[in-house]
Ligand binder design. Sequence first.
Ligand code: GRF
Length: 221
Amino acid sequence: MPDPTYRIAVLASGRGSNLQALLDAIARGALAAKIVGVFSDKADAVALRRARHAGVHAEAIEPRAFPNRLVFDEAFFARVDAARPDLIVCAGYMRLISEAAVDAHRGRLVNIHPSLLPAFKGLRTHAQALAAGTAEHGASVHFVTPDLDGGPVIAQARVPVLPGDDAEALARRVLAREHPLLVATVALLARGRAHLAGDTVMFDGLPLAAPLQLGANQAFA
Ligand code: GRF
């Protein structure tokens, strides 16, 4: 009999707290899925240690052995694909992905980004939010397309920007919401309630007009 378990590969370059949130949710029965591999471009990524600690296959493929991004991505995603994931989650994966690899995984590749997209793409998003003087900040989970941080957004979690915030304080407040946001969004994808059709996120069979918003109860409003 085929194994019906929803298979997730996670790509991570660093700390791996979002990976940990997925592992913990699976362990407590809150996410019906299996992490089939964690893949990193950095051999010393803490995320790899977290994966091994949880008994999950963990592997680093470092770019310096490859002549360019395209060739690296071919090798990297060949390893990812060998794990036969239904979904690939970029959770702090700090490399640009070549258009060929993005296109080959379209609809099965999502990313968590620490801003309310389309605001504050790229790096240092918390400093960007403070510099812009915005009252609200947060995180987004989106399908990855060749448009960097520009793919269709599935869901967001919002936090206030408070007087006296610096980038670290704001990053901590956002990160605390990233974890439930990622778990809840992956759960929707795993249950088949959300998917990508063309450039549109479909949710429960209808086009999603605006990103889902995570409520204080960790569910979508
Ligand atoms: C998170 O803020 C995520 O949104 C961003 O990179 C950070 C990764 O954190 N893409 P962690 O490695 O999951 O702890």
